[in-house]
Design a protein around this ligand. Sequence first.
Ligand code: GDP
Length: 443
Amino acid sequence: MALEKLGKALNNALRKLARSGTVDEATIKEVVRDIQRALLQADVNVKLVLQLTKTIQKRALEEEPPAGVSRKEHIIKIVYEELTKFLGTEAKPLEIKEKPTVLLTVGIQGSGKTTSVAKLARHLQKRGYKVGVVCSDTWRPGAYHQLRQLLDSYGIEVFGDPNEKDAVKLAREGVEHFREKGVDVIIVDSAGRHKEEKGLIEEMKQISEAIKPHEVILVIDGTIGQQAYNQALAFKEATPIGSIIVTKLDGSAKGGGALSAVAATGAPIKFIGVGERIDDLEPFDPKRFVSRLLGLGDIQGLLEKIEELQKQQEFKEEDVEKFLKGKFNLKDMYAQLEAMQKMGPLKQILQMIPGLGYSLPDEAIRVGEEKLKRYRVIMDSMTEEELEHPEIINYSRIKRIARGSGTSTSEVRELLNQYNQMKKMFKSMNKRKLAKMAKKFNL
Ligand code: GDP
């Protein structure tokens, strides 16, 4: 969850409001003070905080709630609206209009740029685009290998040459290479070696002139807080076609400061990075973001994730047939687990359900997530035949799999037990029950 600490503090302020008997001026002022404190602790710029809270207070004191809406509800709505405005109001999604659409990413080393390029490539691939990635970082040979490591397994090609010293040439050749291949989107990753924005922006301009990207995307480290303002502004002044990815918003205490600072420059934030895994990239939508942050729940977000899952999972009629006939092998189970992994950590999903919000203790869900990861590791050590016909896995195979995956024989057995149980469950289900279940999950 992005900005967890800030979210909790804001949620507490709203709870205080909900618990209070009558809502008078003193209550409103106290809630506003709590919001102020929460934002300042998240490194939001003092001036911005004062402006925002002044508006909230003024509206809360002066506006009459419409019929059917309580004063409390109306104030929550005001807080939601003003915080949303604070972050840019409208979502500005990345548009892929032309084929190929060329994107250039820039950002200071360590900002999470390379990781974000990989995440973005995967994000677009999941939406059906064929993507090529060009590594034109000539200063850090590791960048090319890092990208390949992240993307090879998804079949996303990375163009690069760790020995080449001319970044502009690499970028141009890379774009040409993927143009010939007929991909839909080309993402060019540039160097982030520069200590200051000036050098970074100079190189961005040179590459930009050479490859004429449709969009330049700046990657900003969310942990730098309100300092992000100057970085975003310098970038925005250098290019009119910029958008921004703010990274590391999971766990960062200053993320609120970074987000609001970037929004204050008027540069659109299109994505946020919320973790180290390749799927930890979220399209940024201020409305949804704030409703989640305030713990108001986000059923819309949940529905979209489920939709995405269904697209990837392709859990079709044949699968149901397969289950019915009891032909459910480890590979099928693996696909299910993978789909769950793609949905993101269970915790994230559960947090999107209204009402659950912050009430869920970490321990209650950690087990499930960890277990899924272990299962994947174990299955990666199995042969094709074992995955397709788990019944052949005898004790000596169990020992080999445990050794290969660095797990224990009891863990491998536990996985097989889980598989057998699932298989049994599917076998015992009758057609009607399955059809009902399929309907429930909208399959
Ligand atoms: P670059 O030098 O800008 O290319 O940065 P990298 O992509 O190599 O990332 C630097 C570090 O930040 C790596 O350890 C990444 O795993 C980590 N990182 C990147 N994005 C995120 C994020 O959204 N959340 C977290 N927690 N870590 C991130």
